[in-house]
Design a protein around this ligand. Structure first.
Ligand code: HEM
Length: 451
């Protein structure tokens, strides 16, 4: 539409006027001169029902609550210092993910094995998220206890439901058509039960072992509890704030990281020259005698470029996260009334020599301005390390390669349906766009242990 309507056009989504912008000059105008005007998010029924009535950081209206929580998250939870402390957790989860893949290969008689990568990577990012936030194990292979199973199901339902179209968000009088209300309320109850258990456990542990928990061993919930318990909010409000903030971080981190990793792998499988270059670079800088370490990442220039190019070609949130104008303003000479929803077309330009951190408006996969993604460093740390270790440890291919190799009977793998929501998932129907370069089951890579 941008091609025929220009870099700024408005559409009506039900009762709401929506402004769509597709040029970096206008993005800059929105996130610099008018950044405060667009610092809030539109409300939605799904977030009201499942997101503690907009107490989740990512959906909270602009104001004192959002400002205080954002500061706490940026300074205490996602600071470089905290990320440094959390690195062993990320490394351990990435290694468990690789170990599981290796065991599959061994079980398959040391032959190439067919793996549903989306599910595996989903498990990996969720494990990292839940471990760093609540110190809990979250691996579907270990889903033995009830809390874990209920948590997995509730979070999966949350991700599936939060992006669903709700009639009442567009046309309030059509609320009676929103038949999935009931499912949302049920999911909210389940989520609250799981998150509530986590908060209670942490509170007891804090009281019991306060002296024993060293700073390095604290997860996000410990930090939130110790920071918020000193405030003057009543306990139930503190608990709601903690649960909502943790849910916001888990949901902000999960889908986005999964889709970026999946796209990176798919793009590399579609471009074997690029794949070979990454492998050669790993060979040169890391070699065969050890694993990739975090300190190798700055030297892996080509791998860094692959991640950047993936974020440019397939930004995980292709229309960013919606904002809403709090006051009338002017964008590109057009009058924008208060209440207008703002969507930013992220498919804009090049990444060459541009920084991802919201300062170069031609390339903003993590958004920009005061509501920009606070998890950039966390995400880049996980993306680089997981991709580097996976490509260093295994040979990847498509099912076509597997057929060509012949011989071993591949293990069967399930196919999952694409997700809804804000993020750009890779679906079978995108096949056409790739002109069949990749096999129909292209989210199912095969893995082989390099000789
Ligand atoms: C590839 C990974 C990721 C991508 C592409 C991504 C992208 C984004 C984008 C585009 C936004 C909206 C920004 C705006 O409105 O300008 C956002 C918001 C947000 N992201 Fe991320 N994100 C990623 C990973 C993460 C991680 C790892 C976390 C947490 C650990 C996280 C937490 C959040 C939160 C809490 C918000 C809402 C911020 C607010 O409204 O104040 N994200 N992200």
């Amino acid at each position: 539409m941008a091609d025929c309507c220009g870099p700024a056009f408005s559409i009506r989504l039900g009762a709401h006027r929506t402004l769509v912008i597709s040029s970096w000059e206008l993005v800059k105008e929105c996130f610099t001169t008018n950044d405060r005007v667009f610092a809030t998010r539109p409300r939605s029924l799904a977030v009201k029902l499942m997101g503690y009535d907009h107490a989740m950081l990512g959906f909270a209206p602009y104001g004192t609550y959002w400002r205080d929580m954002r500061k706490l998250v940026v300074v205490e939870l996602l600071s470089n210092h905290r990320l440094e402390l959390l690195r062993p957790v990320q490394e351990m989860e990435i290694n468990l993910f690789l170990r599981d893949l290796y065991e599959l290969w061994v079980k398959n008689g040391h032959c190439p094995v067919q793996v549903e990568m989306k599910e595996r990577i989903g498990d990996l990012t969720m494990s990292i998220g839940v471990r760093t936030i609540a110190g809990k194990r979250y691996r579907s292979t270990e889903a033995s206890d009830e809390e874990l199973r209920r948590g997995q199901k509730a979070l999966a339902d949350f991700f599936q439901l939060v992006g669903q179209f709700m009639y009442s968000d567009s046309i309030p009088s059509l609320g009676w058509l929103d038949v999935i209300n009931g499912k949302m309320k049920k999911t909210a109850k389940e989520l609250d039960w799981v998150l509530g258990n986590w908060v209670n456990e942490h509170r007891h542990r804090c009281k019991r072992d306060a002296a024993k928990i060293d700073k390095a061993g604290r997860d996000f919930m410990d930090v939130l509890l110790s920071s918020l318990d000193e405030t003057i909010l009543p306990a139930h409000e503190i608990d709601t704030t903690i649960k909502a903030t943790c849910l916001s971080l888990i949901s902000g981190a999960n889908d986005t990281t999964v889709v970026t990793l999946i796209w990176a792998i798919s793009l590399l499988l579609n471009n074997r020259v690029a794949l070979k270059k990454v492998q050669d670079e790993l060979e040169l800088h890391v070699g065969r005698s050890r694993q990739v370490d975090e300190s190798d990442i700055p030297n892996l220039v080509y791998l860094n470029a692959v991640v950047k190019e993936t974020l440019r070609l397939y930004p995980a949130a292709p229309l960013s996260a919606p904002r809403e104008a709090m006051e009338d303003c002017t964008i590109g000479g057009f009058h924008v009334p208060a209440g207008t929803c703002l969507l930013v077309n992220m498919f804009m330009t090049t990444h060459e020599s541009l920084d991802v951190k919201g300062r170069d408006f031609e390339y903003i996969p993590f958004g920009s301005g005061r509501r920009m993604c606070p998890g950039v460093s966390f995400a880049l740390q996980v993306l680089h390390l997981a991709l580097a270790r996976l490509l260093h440890g295994f040979e990847l291919g498509t099912l076509l390669d597997l057929k060509r190799l012949g011989g071993c009977q591949p293990m069967t793998a399930e196919s999952t349906n694409g997700n809804k929501g804000f993020s750009l998932h890779k679906l079978e129907n995108l096949e056409g766009a790739h002109q069949g370069l990749i096999d129909i089951h292209d989210r199912t890579a095969f893995l082989n242990w390099p000789q």
